[in-house]
Design a protein around this ligand. Structure first.
Ligand code: DQQ
Length: 501
């Protein structure tokens, strides 16, 4: 049933059935890439979460593997929540949040050499309780690394009345942990929950990495780049979005220097986790959650999409920039190119001749101050003749009138679906565009859209009901199209997938 859904992505990883949320234990082990994920094979809802598992040799095609962890009597009886994979002297080891009742506590499981079978250790939970005397909002998710002979661990949390935080621990064996203190504490009184950079009352899925050489996994960079603490800002209300602090990490503290939005799609690129692969690239995955109702997900039989893996680097200004791993390009099939040209600001759409619902689009453009470029994905029941029954998803690049190289990236989903029950709000964020230049990459995979404009990502879901989407370009002001290439994209899962028990 799920595979028959025309909205189910075909070149993004999706779970074989049921529900998928956070990426977990993302890694490369003896050459093979491993993607674990929060999984409920029973149905498209979040309940009694297990760790699904898939492997890949190219980050493009994935092979389903047996479930790695599932709840059992003990501290994870109600779910095996998010965590990481570390290499403990050659032994693959998972650190995850075991859930029992309303409580989550750190647990450990060790794996076979092929990472296919996992045993929970008898000492679980390896930390018996959250820090005493601290009024916490939540306590879960892990970032674990080794410095010399010491393991360090962050557990995401929040302190009531203050803000989100990550508690730091140390260990010599991953089994017995000593509490050090909060790495640092956010200030939830700054801004309010409606702000897209509000830091929340709890930090989910903290992920710390160094931009410079060091014992934490690194990210390729040049010069004196900052360290990075990625987290997903959470609150009991509606707040859910990925952010990162830049700053300086040393031993047991983090001195923040800046706060940034990680993806302008907010909750649509949630709970990201990254790793350094064997070629030295830092690669990040995130969970593309749904914008349809709980009932619609259950009816569809599936929920949740894994992002394409993103190469993560630090730009000269110290912020992160992202690009889909180049391996994805091997899925490109039919190509359409357009010659460089000036798009006249008539406001009338120019057809590109590109259509489909699995697309990779790559453009270089230059906007004069005040100019706007709109890339539309238009679906219409009658080929656009009547102007009725249209659906249009619009990606917009705007350059500010000041001519200062600042602009905005926007995704207008307000007309993206005739289905009145789906989420269609606008998404946008600041876009640096030196000299008005923008490199725009857009990956459309049925209901998943990943946009990268000068490396700044905006990820969202759309639910078109009409078959066939045509790509058009519309300019206001002077926009030079320097290059335009489009490809249809192949599927990554052929035929029926095995369903593991
Ligand atoms: N999802 C997991 C939690 C984490 C949250 C549960 C983030 O461990 O905090 O499935 O989406």
């Amino acid at each position: 049933r799920a595979d028959a859904d025309p909205l189910r992505p075909r070149f993004h990883f999706v779970s074989p059935a049921g529900w998928l949320n956070d990426p977990n234990g993302v890694s490369q082990w003896n050459g093979t890439y491993h993607l674990f994920y929060q999984y409920n094979p029973e149905g498209a809802f979040h309940h009694r979460i297990q760790w699904g598992h898939a492997t890949s040799t190219d980050l493009v095609h994935w092979t389903d593997q047996p479930v790695a962890l599932e709840p059992s009597a003990g501290p994870d009886a109600d779910g095996c929540w998010s965590g990481v994979l570390v290499n403990d002297g050659g032994t693959p080891t998972l650190v995850y949040s075991g859930r029992l009742g309303e409580q989550e506590l750190p647990c450990v499981a060790v794996g076979s050499a092929d990472l296919l079978s996992w045993s929970k250790i008898p000492q679980n939970p390896v930390i018996a309780a959250p820090p005493a005397g601290v009024d916490i909002t939540a306590y879960r998710d892990h970032c674990v690394w080794r410095e010399g002979s010491i393991w360090r661990q962050l557990v995401g949390s929040g302190i009531r009345g203050r803000g989100g935080t990550a508690f730091l621990y140390e260990s010599r064996d991953l089994r017995s942990w000593e509490y050090v203190g909060p790495l640092f504490i956010g200030d939830a009184s700054q801004g309010d929950p409606a702000d897209s950079d509000w830091t929340g009352t709890m930090w989910e899925c903290v992920d710390l990495f160094r931009a410079r050489e060091g014992s934490l996994g690194t990210v390729p960079t040049s010069g004196d780049a900052p360290d990075v603490l990625v987290f997903s800002a959470w609150d009991n209300g509606d707040t859910r979005h990925p952010l990162y602090w830049t700053g300086r990490y040393s031993e047991n503290s983090f001195e923040p220097t800046g706060l940034h939005r990680l993806d302008y799609g907010g909750r649509f690129f949630y709970a990201p986790q990254s790793f350094q692969d064997q070629s030295g690239r830092r690669i990040m995955f995130g969970w593309l959650q749904e914008g349809r109702s709980d009932a619609a997900m259950i009816e569809a039989g599936w929920s949740g999409v894994m992002s394409l893996p993103r190469v993560t680097t630090v730009a000269d200004d110290g912020t992160l920039v992202f690009a889909p791993v180049p391996e994805i390009e091997k899925l490109r099939r039919d190509h359409v190119g357009l010659p460089g040209q000036e798009l006249l600001g008539t406001g009338a759409p120019v057809a590109t001749g590109v259509s489909g619902n699995q697309l990779d689009l790559e453009l270089d453009v230059q906007l004069e101050p005040g100019a706007v470029l709109r890339l539309g994905l238009l679906g219409s029941a009658d080929g656009g003749v009547s102007g009725k029954s249209k659906e249009e998803t619009v990606i917009e690049l705007c350059r500010s009138t000041e001519g200062n190289g600042q602009g905005t990236l926007r995704l207008d989903r307000t007309q993206s679906s005739l289905d009145p029950t789906v989420d269609v709000d606008d998404k946008s964020g600041p876009l640096p565009m030196p000299d008005g230049r923008v490199h725009l990459r857009v990956l459309v995979d049925r209901s998943a859209v990943e946009i990268f404009a000068n490396g700044k990502p905006l990820t969202a879901r759309v639910y078109p009901t009409l078959a066939g989407q045509h790509v058009s370009l519309t300019a206001e002001g002077t926009v030079r199209l320097l290059s335009f290439d489009a490809w249809t994209m192949a599927e990554i899962f052929g035929g029926a997938r095995n369903l593991f028990p």
